[in-house]
Design a binder for this molecule. Sequence first.
Ligand code: GLY
Length: 252
Amino acid sequence: MFTRAIVRKPGKNIAEGITTANLEQPDYDKAIDQFGAYIKTLKSFGLTVDVIESSPVYPDAHFVEDTAVVTPDIAVITNPGAAARNGEQLDIEPVLKKYRNIAHIKNPGTVDGGDVLMVGNHFFIGISDRTNEKGAQQLGNILASYRNTWTTIPVDVGLHFKSSVNYVGKNTLLVTPDFADHPALASYEKIMVGSGEDYAGNTLLINNKLIVPKGFPETRKKLERLKLDIVELDMSEFRKMDGGLTCLSIRF
Ligand code: GLY
């Protein structure tokens, strides 16, 4: 069960972040409204939410998930793999220190939290443009010292592993077609996102409830068979900056 989340308010500089989305520029006021709805949903799921002020320096800083991997035992402060984002983690550490002992990923290792999927006490660590083998090894060693297991998985499409694969409970992964037959995921049931709905792969499970991005009806319909409560949130402004539901919070 998660009891807390950390989020960070988007800044007026939101459109200056990194993106490959080829969509129009995000609208700040709309992003703030969507962020407000996100916090409201987390609170309605029973979480206590720490809200950090926006960053004037880092336009992607509201994608806090990338700055830490938090387990019941430890908070691992990451070493984000994009130079333009490396530094965001420094503002997150003092908040997490209130709740967990801290460990760090260090150079030359890099890790973005968006590449790390926790399924019970197993952790999938995506090797991507942001997370390298050395970072994965450091993180894996830390996790293993607390009786967790871990495996790496290559991420050749999408920004992060969790852009494409997420755990939705009941031993089931929501996957995009690129990961559907991956042998590393063979022991799980799979739900494939709807046709042309890859963005919906970034769906967020919190305490047996699902938050799904608005506008992906085929995926939603497939998820309904899990018989979990589903809340749909409009993520349009964050999608324009390659971000999704998991990116906007650290849950623990
Ligand atoms: N804009 C999110 C990222 O590239 O990390």
